[in-house]
Design a protein around this ligand. Structure first.
Ligand SMILES: Cc1ncc(COP(=O)(O)O)c(C=O)c1O
Length: 385
Protein backbone atom coordinates (compact mmCIF):
# COMPACT_ATOMS: atom_id res chain seq x y z
CA UNK A 1 0.00 0.00 0.00
CA UNK A 2 1.25 3.51 -0.80
CA UNK A 3 0.06 6.30 1.45
CA UNK A 4 1.08 9.86 0.64
CA UNK A 5 0.75 11.99 3.77
CA UNK A 6 3.08 14.83 2.85
CA UNK A 7 0.49 17.12 1.28
CA UNK A 8 1.77 20.24 3.06
CA UNK A 9 5.07 19.74 1.21
CA UNK A 10 3.37 19.26 -2.11
CA UNK A 11 0.31 17.61 -3.63
CA UNK A 12 -0.24 15.37 -6.62
CA UNK A 13 -1.54 17.39 -9.59
CA UNK A 14 -5.14 16.59 -10.44
CA UNK A 15 -6.04 14.93 -13.73
CA UNK A 16 -7.75 18.12 -14.96
CA UNK A 17 -4.61 20.11 -14.12
CA UNK A 18 -2.40 17.80 -16.16
CA UNK A 19 -4.86 17.89 -19.06
CA UNK A 20 -4.95 21.69 -19.07
CA UNK A 21 -1.15 21.84 -19.00
CA UNK A 22 -0.90 19.35 -21.85
CA UNK A 23 -3.34 21.45 -23.87
CA UNK A 24 -1.04 24.40 -23.39
CA UNK A 25 2.13 22.47 -24.19
CA UNK A 26 0.79 20.64 -27.21
CA UNK A 27 -1.70 23.04 -28.78
CA UNK A 28 -1.93 26.47 -27.21
CA UNK A 29 1.79 27.17 -27.09
CA UNK A 30 1.75 30.75 -28.36
CA UNK A 31 3.33 33.64 -26.52
CA UNK A 32 0.53 35.67 -24.90
CA UNK A 33 2.36 38.86 -25.95
CA UNK A 34 2.21 37.92 -29.65
CA UNK A 35 -0.29 39.86 -31.73
CA UNK A 36 -1.40 36.96 -33.94
CA UNK A 37 -4.08 34.36 -33.28
CA UNK A 38 -1.72 31.94 -31.52
CA UNK A 39 -0.84 34.61 -28.99
CA UNK A 40 -4.33 36.01 -28.60
CA UNK A 41 -5.88 32.62 -27.75
CA UNK A 42 -3.36 32.17 -24.93
CA UNK A 43 -3.81 35.71 -23.70
CA UNK A 44 -7.55 35.07 -23.55
CA UNK A 45 -6.99 31.89 -21.56
CA UNK A 46 -4.68 33.64 -19.09
CA UNK A 47 -7.38 36.27 -18.65
CA UNK A 48 -9.87 33.50 -17.93
CA UNK A 49 -7.55 32.00 -15.26
CA UNK A 50 -7.04 35.43 -13.73
CA UNK A 51 -10.84 35.72 -13.49
CA UNK A 52 -11.01 32.33 -11.74
CA UNK A 53 -8.41 33.45 -9.19
CA UNK A 54 -10.12 36.80 -8.67
CA UNK A 55 -13.45 35.09 -8.05
CA UNK A 56 -11.81 32.59 -5.68
CA UNK A 57 -10.15 35.32 -3.64
CA UNK A 58 -13.01 37.80 -3.89
CA UNK A 59 -10.99 40.52 -5.62
CA UNK A 60 -10.70 42.06 -9.07
CA UNK A 61 -8.65 40.64 -11.96
CA UNK A 62 -6.33 43.66 -11.83
CA UNK A 63 -5.38 42.69 -8.29
CA UNK A 64 -3.83 39.34 -9.33
CA UNK A 65 -0.19 38.92 -10.40
CA UNK A 66 1.09 35.50 -11.51
CA UNK A 67 4.43 34.45 -10.03
CA UNK A 68 6.74 31.44 -10.07
CA UNK A 69 5.24 30.19 -6.81
CA UNK A 70 4.85 31.00 -3.15
CA UNK A 71 8.46 31.95 -2.55
CA UNK A 72 8.43 34.53 -5.33
CA UNK A 73 5.04 35.87 -4.25
CA UNK A 74 6.33 36.42 -0.69
CA UNK A 75 9.58 37.95 -1.96
CA UNK A 76 7.77 40.22 -4.39
CA UNK A 77 5.34 41.44 -1.75
CA UNK A 78 7.87 42.06 1.00
CA UNK A 79 10.75 43.47 -1.02
CA UNK A 80 8.42 45.25 -3.44
CA UNK A 81 6.51 47.00 -0.66
CA UNK A 82 9.62 47.92 1.32
CA UNK A 83 11.16 49.39 -1.81
CA UNK A 84 8.05 51.35 -2.79
CA UNK A 85 7.30 52.66 0.71
CA UNK A 86 10.82 53.37 1.99
CA UNK A 87 9.71 56.76 3.21
CA UNK A 88 7.01 55.36 5.52
CA UNK A 89 9.54 53.95 7.96
CA UNK A 90 12.36 51.61 8.85
CA UNK A 91 10.58 49.14 11.09
CA UNK A 92 9.29 45.73 9.95
CA UNK A 93 7.39 43.05 11.86
CA UNK A 94 6.91 39.33 11.35
CA UNK A 95 6.64 36.22 13.55
CA UNK A 96 9.25 33.66 14.57
CA UNK A 97 7.44 30.81 12.79
CA UNK A 98 7.24 32.16 9.25
CA UNK A 99 8.39 30.22 6.19
CA UNK A 100 12.03 30.74 5.18
CA UNK A 101 10.85 32.73 2.15
CA UNK A 102 9.88 35.40 4.66
CA UNK A 103 12.39 34.94 7.49
CA UNK A 104 15.43 34.95 5.23
CA UNK A 105 14.37 38.22 3.60
CA UNK A 106 13.99 39.71 7.07
CA UNK A 107 17.57 38.62 7.81
CA UNK A 108 18.76 40.43 4.68
CA UNK A 109 16.71 43.54 5.45
CA UNK A 110 18.17 43.67 8.95
CA UNK A 111 21.65 43.62 7.43
CA UNK A 112 20.58 46.55 5.27
CA UNK A 113 19.69 48.51 8.40
CA UNK A 114 15.99 47.76 8.91
CA UNK A 115 14.80 47.35 12.46
CA UNK A 116 12.90 44.04 12.73
CA UNK A 117 10.52 42.74 15.40
CA UNK A 118 9.82 39.01 15.55
CA UNK A 119 6.54 38.24 17.31
CA UNK A 120 6.70 35.19 19.54
CA UNK A 121 4.10 32.45 19.57
CA UNK A 122 2.50 30.40 22.33
CA UNK A 123 2.52 26.60 22.62
CA UNK A 124 -0.16 26.40 19.94
CA UNK A 125 1.90 28.50 17.54
CA UNK A 126 -0.32 31.58 17.83
CA UNK A 127 0.89 35.15 18.02
CA UNK A 128 -0.32 37.36 20.84
CA UNK A 129 -2.36 40.35 19.63
CA UNK A 130 -1.17 42.42 22.63
CA UNK A 131 2.44 41.89 21.55
CA UNK A 132 1.51 43.02 18.03
CA UNK A 133 -0.17 46.12 19.49
CA UNK A 134 2.99 46.96 21.40
CA UNK A 135 5.16 46.39 18.34
CA UNK A 136 3.42 48.54 15.70
CA UNK A 137 4.57 52.16 15.79
CA UNK A 138 4.85 55.29 13.62
CA UNK A 139 7.94 53.88 11.93
CA UNK A 140 6.41 50.50 10.96
CA UNK A 141 6.33 50.13 7.18
CA UNK A 142 5.35 46.46 6.92
CA UNK A 143 3.87 43.61 8.94
CA UNK A 144 3.97 40.15 7.35
CA UNK A 145 2.33 37.09 8.89
CA UNK A 146 1.45 33.63 7.68
CA UNK A 147 -2.20 32.63 7.70
CA UNK A 148 -1.64 28.92 8.41
CA UNK A 149 1.67 27.52 9.58
CA UNK A 150 3.11 24.80 7.35
CA UNK A 151 4.53 22.62 10.13
CA UNK A 152 1.84 22.62 12.79
CA UNK A 153 -1.19 24.12 11.05
CA UNK A 154 -1.91 26.93 13.52
CA UNK A 155 -4.24 29.61 12.13
CA UNK A 156 -3.20 33.16 12.98
CA UNK A 157 -5.88 35.74 13.85
CA UNK A 158 -5.29 37.66 10.62
CA UNK A 159 -8.52 39.70 10.62
CA UNK A 160 -7.88 40.93 14.14
CA UNK A 161 -4.20 41.57 13.39
CA UNK A 162 -5.18 43.68 10.35
CA UNK A 163 -7.56 45.81 12.41
CA UNK A 164 -4.96 46.35 15.11
CA UNK A 165 -2.22 47.30 12.65
CA UNK A 166 -4.34 49.76 10.67
CA UNK A 167 -5.78 51.31 13.85
CA UNK A 168 -2.36 52.10 15.19
CA UNK A 169 -0.77 53.16 11.90
CA UNK A 170 -2.85 53.24 8.73
CA UNK A 171 0.28 53.76 6.64
CA UNK A 172 1.65 50.34 7.65
CA UNK A 173 1.22 47.69 4.97
CA UNK A 174 0.15 44.14 5.82
CA UNK A 175 1.23 41.10 3.78
CA UNK A 176 -0.15 37.62 4.44
CA UNK A 177 1.40 34.31 3.35
CA UNK A 178 -1.73 32.34 2.49
CA UNK A 179 0.04 29.40 0.89
CA UNK A 180 -1.15 26.85 3.45
CA UNK A 181 -4.55 28.40 4.08
CA UNK A 182 -5.94 28.79 0.58
CA UNK A 183 -8.46 25.99 -0.01
CA UNK A 184 -7.93 24.54 3.47
CA UNK A 185 -9.88 27.00 5.59
CA UNK A 186 -12.69 29.40 4.70
CA UNK A 187 -11.96 33.11 4.61
CA UNK A 188 -12.78 36.25 2.68
CA UNK A 189 -9.87 38.47 1.66
CA UNK A 190 -11.99 41.58 1.82
CA UNK A 191 -13.02 40.78 5.40
CA UNK A 192 -9.39 41.20 6.42
CA UNK A 193 -7.49 44.46 6.24
CA UNK A 194 -4.62 43.11 4.21
CA UNK A 195 -2.66 44.61 1.34
CA UNK A 196 -1.19 41.51 -0.29
CA UNK A 197 -1.71 37.76 -0.10
CA UNK A 198 0.28 34.91 -1.65
CA UNK A 199 -0.83 31.51 -2.92
CA UNK A 200 1.02 28.60 -4.52
CA UNK A 201 -0.21 26.08 -7.11
CA UNK A 202 1.45 22.92 -5.88
CA UNK A 203 -0.19 22.99 -2.44
CA UNK A 204 -3.66 22.66 -4.00
CA UNK A 205 -3.10 19.82 -6.47
CA UNK A 206 -1.81 22.23 -9.09
CA UNK A 207 1.61 22.50 -10.72
CA UNK A 208 4.88 23.40 -9.04
CA UNK A 209 6.62 26.65 -9.97
CA UNK A 210 3.50 28.76 -10.30
CA UNK A 211 1.59 30.89 -7.83
CA UNK A 212 -0.02 34.26 -7.50
CA UNK A 213 0.09 37.41 -5.47
CA UNK A 214 -3.02 39.43 -4.68
CA UNK A 215 -2.13 43.11 -4.44
CA UNK A 216 -4.88 45.36 -3.17
CA UNK A 217 -5.84 48.12 -5.59
CA UNK A 218 -3.82 51.24 -4.91
CA UNK A 219 -0.95 49.44 -3.15
CA UNK A 220 2.39 50.00 -4.88
CA UNK A 221 4.84 47.14 -5.29
CA UNK A 222 8.19 47.65 -7.01
CA UNK A 223 9.19 44.76 -9.28
CA UNK A 224 11.95 42.26 -8.55
CA UNK A 225 12.34 41.39 -12.25
CA UNK A 226 12.87 43.98 -14.93
CA UNK A 227 12.06 43.12 -18.53
CA UNK A 228 9.19 43.01 -20.97
CA UNK A 229 6.58 44.60 -18.71
CA UNK A 230 4.30 41.56 -18.38
CA UNK A 231 1.89 41.44 -15.43
CA UNK A 232 1.41 45.21 -15.43
CA UNK A 233 5.17 45.69 -15.17
CA UNK A 234 5.17 44.12 -11.70
CA UNK A 235 6.44 40.72 -12.87
CA UNK A 236 8.28 40.81 -16.19
CA UNK A 237 9.13 37.62 -18.05
CA UNK A 238 7.15 35.47 -20.50
CA UNK A 239 4.40 33.87 -18.48
CA UNK A 240 4.65 30.25 -17.33
CA UNK A 241 1.68 29.47 -19.54
CA UNK A 242 1.32 25.70 -18.84
CA UNK A 243 1.67 26.48 -15.14
CA UNK A 244 -1.00 29.17 -15.29
CA UNK A 245 -3.37 26.84 -17.18
CA UNK A 246 -2.80 24.20 -14.49
CA UNK A 247 -3.18 26.71 -11.67
CA UNK A 248 -6.52 27.81 -13.13
CA UNK A 249 -7.90 24.28 -13.01
CA UNK A 250 -6.50 23.67 -9.52
CA UNK A 251 -8.09 26.86 -8.17
CA UNK A 252 -11.38 26.29 -10.00
CA UNK A 253 -11.75 22.78 -8.58
CA UNK A 254 -10.50 23.77 -5.13
CA UNK A 255 -13.26 26.38 -4.93
CA UNK A 256 -15.92 24.16 -6.45
CA UNK A 257 -15.21 21.41 -3.91
CA UNK A 258 -14.10 23.57 -1.01
CA UNK A 259 -17.04 23.03 1.34
CA UNK A 260 -17.12 19.29 0.81
CA UNK A 261 -13.35 18.86 1.03
CA UNK A 262 -12.87 21.01 4.13
CA UNK A 263 -15.61 19.11 5.91
CA UNK A 264 -14.03 15.81 4.90
CA UNK A 265 -10.53 16.96 5.94
CA UNK A 266 -11.85 17.94 9.37
CA UNK A 267 -13.46 14.55 9.77
CA UNK A 268 -10.34 12.71 8.58
CA UNK A 269 -8.11 14.75 10.85
CA UNK A 270 -10.23 14.02 13.93
CA UNK A 271 -10.39 10.39 12.95
CA UNK A 272 -6.59 10.24 12.60
CA UNK A 273 -5.86 12.05 15.88
CA UNK A 274 -8.28 9.79 17.77
CA UNK A 275 -6.75 6.69 16.19
CA UNK A 276 -3.18 7.76 16.98
CA UNK A 277 -4.10 8.64 20.56
CA UNK A 278 -6.08 5.48 21.26
CA UNK A 279 -3.71 3.05 19.51
CA UNK A 280 -0.32 4.42 20.54
CA UNK A 281 0.51 5.40 24.09
CA UNK A 282 3.22 7.87 25.02
CA UNK A 283 2.82 10.14 21.99
CA UNK A 284 2.26 13.88 22.06
CA UNK A 285 -0.06 15.57 19.55
CA UNK A 286 1.47 18.98 18.93
CA UNK A 287 -1.35 20.30 16.74
CA UNK A 288 -4.38 19.75 18.90
CA UNK A 289 -7.86 19.09 17.72
CA UNK A 290 -9.38 22.56 17.82
CA UNK A 291 -10.59 25.46 15.71
CA UNK A 292 -7.17 27.02 15.95
CA UNK A 293 -5.61 24.53 13.53
CA UNK A 294 -6.09 23.94 9.82
CA UNK A 295 -7.56 20.54 9.05
CA UNK A 296 -4.77 19.20 6.83
CA UNK A 297 -1.80 19.22 9.20
CA UNK A 298 -1.22 16.87 12.13
CA UNK A 299 2.06 17.08 14.00
CA UNK A 300 2.84 14.32 16.49
CA UNK A 301 5.93 13.72 18.62
CA UNK A 302 7.09 10.17 19.32
CA UNK A 303 9.39 10.82 22.29
CA UNK A 304 12.64 8.89 22.22
CA UNK A 305 12.58 8.19 18.46
CA UNK A 306 14.35 10.63 16.18
CA UNK A 307 11.96 11.85 13.52
CA UNK A 308 14.24 10.93 10.66
CA UNK A 309 14.36 7.31 11.83
CA UNK A 310 10.58 7.16 12.07
CA UNK A 311 10.23 8.85 8.66
CA UNK A 312 12.44 6.28 6.93
CA UNK A 313 10.85 3.38 8.82
CA UNK A 314 7.42 4.47 7.58
CA UNK A 315 8.83 4.90 4.08
CA UNK A 316 9.69 1.16 4.09
CA UNK A 317 5.95 0.55 4.40
CA UNK A 318 5.10 2.96 1.59
CA UNK A 319 4.02 5.77 3.92
CA UNK A 320 5.38 9.21 3.08
CA UNK A 321 5.51 11.83 5.82
CA UNK A 322 7.74 14.71 6.80
CA UNK A 323 9.96 15.56 9.73
CA UNK A 324 9.12 19.23 9.95
CA UNK A 325 9.08 21.58 6.97
CA UNK A 326 10.09 19.91 3.71
CA UNK A 327 11.80 23.09 2.61
CA UNK A 328 14.18 23.02 5.54
CA UNK A 329 14.25 19.34 6.45
CA UNK A 330 17.55 18.83 4.66
CA UNK A 331 19.12 21.34 7.02
CA UNK A 332 20.37 19.32 9.94
CA UNK A 333 18.96 21.54 12.60
CA UNK A 334 15.87 21.68 14.76
CA UNK A 335 12.81 23.13 13.13
CA UNK A 336 12.63 26.86 13.92
CA UNK A 337 8.85 26.51 14.22
CA UNK A 338 8.91 23.76 16.82
CA UNK A 339 11.71 25.52 18.70
CA UNK A 340 9.54 28.64 18.86
CA UNK A 341 6.80 26.66 20.62
CA UNK A 342 9.05 26.06 23.63
CA UNK A 343 8.03 22.44 23.94
CA UNK A 344 11.32 20.77 24.79
CA UNK A 345 14.04 19.13 22.72
CA UNK A 346 12.73 15.57 22.95
CA UNK A 347 9.38 16.47 21.40
CA UNK A 348 10.99 18.62 18.71
CA UNK A 349 13.50 15.93 17.84
CA UNK A 350 10.84 13.27 17.42
CA UNK A 351 8.09 15.18 15.64
CA UNK A 352 6.46 13.87 12.49
CA UNK A 353 4.13 15.87 10.26
CA UNK A 354 1.31 13.91 8.69
CA UNK A 355 -0.37 16.20 6.17
CA UNK A 356 -3.65 15.26 4.58
CA UNK A 357 -5.47 15.77 1.31
CA UNK A 358 -9.08 15.17 0.37
CA UNK A 359 -7.71 12.18 -1.57
CA UNK A 360 -6.64 10.31 1.58
CA UNK A 361 -8.94 7.68 3.08
CA UNK A 362 -9.71 6.29 6.53
CA UNK A 363 -8.21 2.96 5.41
CA UNK A 364 -4.94 4.75 4.69
CA UNK A 365 -5.06 6.32 8.15
CA UNK A 366 -5.71 2.92 9.78
CA UNK A 367 -2.73 1.44 7.93
CA UNK A 368 -0.52 4.41 8.89
CA UNK A 369 -1.49 4.25 12.57
CA UNK A 370 -0.87 0.50 12.65
CA UNK A 371 2.59 0.78 11.04
CA UNK A 372 3.55 3.79 13.17
CA UNK A 373 2.57 1.86 16.28
CA UNK A 374 4.69 -1.14 15.25
CA UNK A 375 7.73 1.04 14.53
CA UNK A 376 7.32 3.07 17.71
CA UNK A 377 7.23 -0.06 19.85
CA UNK A 378 10.09 -1.86 18.11
CA UNK A 379 12.34 1.21 17.84
CA UNK A 380 11.81 1.99 21.51
CA UNK A 381 12.68 -1.58 22.48
CA UNK A 382 15.92 -1.41 20.44
CA UNK A 383 16.90 1.91 21.98
CA UNK A 384 15.95 0.70 25.47
CA UNK A 385 18.24 -2.34 25.29
C1 LIG B 1 3.73 28.67 4.35
C2 LIG B 1 4.56 28.57 3.11
N1 LIG B 1 5.02 29.68 2.54
C3 LIG B 1 5.75 29.64 1.41
C4 LIG B 1 6.05 28.45 0.78
C5 LIG B 1 6.84 28.46 -0.50
O1 LIG B 1 6.02 28.15 -1.60
P1 LIG B 1 6.65 27.58 -2.96
O2 LIG B 1 7.09 26.17 -2.68
O3 LIG B 1 5.54 27.65 -3.97
O4 LIG B 1 7.79 28.46 -3.33
C6 LIG B 1 5.60 27.26 1.35
C7 LIG B 1 5.97 25.96 0.76
O5 LIG B 1 6.44 25.07 1.43
C8 LIG B 1 4.82 27.32 2.55
O6 LIG B 1 4.35 26.21 3.12
Amino acid sequence: MEVYLDNAATTKPRKEVVEAMLRSLEKEYGNPSSLHRKGVEVEREIKRVRRILARALGCTEQEIIFTSGGTEANNLAIRGIIDAYKRVGNHIITSTIEHKSVLNIFGLLEKQGFDATYLEVDKKGLICIEQLKDAVNDDTVLVTLMHVNNEIGSIQPIAEAGRVIKNINNRTLFHVDGIQSFGKIRFGLKDMEIDSFSISGHKIHGPKGVGALYIKKGVRINPLLIGGSQERNIRSGTENVPGIYGLGEAVRLTMEEQDKNIEYLNELRNYAINAFKSEISGIHVISEDSDEFAPHIINIAFPGIKSEIMLHSLEQDGIYVSSGSACSSKEKEYSHVLRALNIGGDLIDSSIRFSLSYTNTKEEIDYTVEKTREHFISLKSIIGR
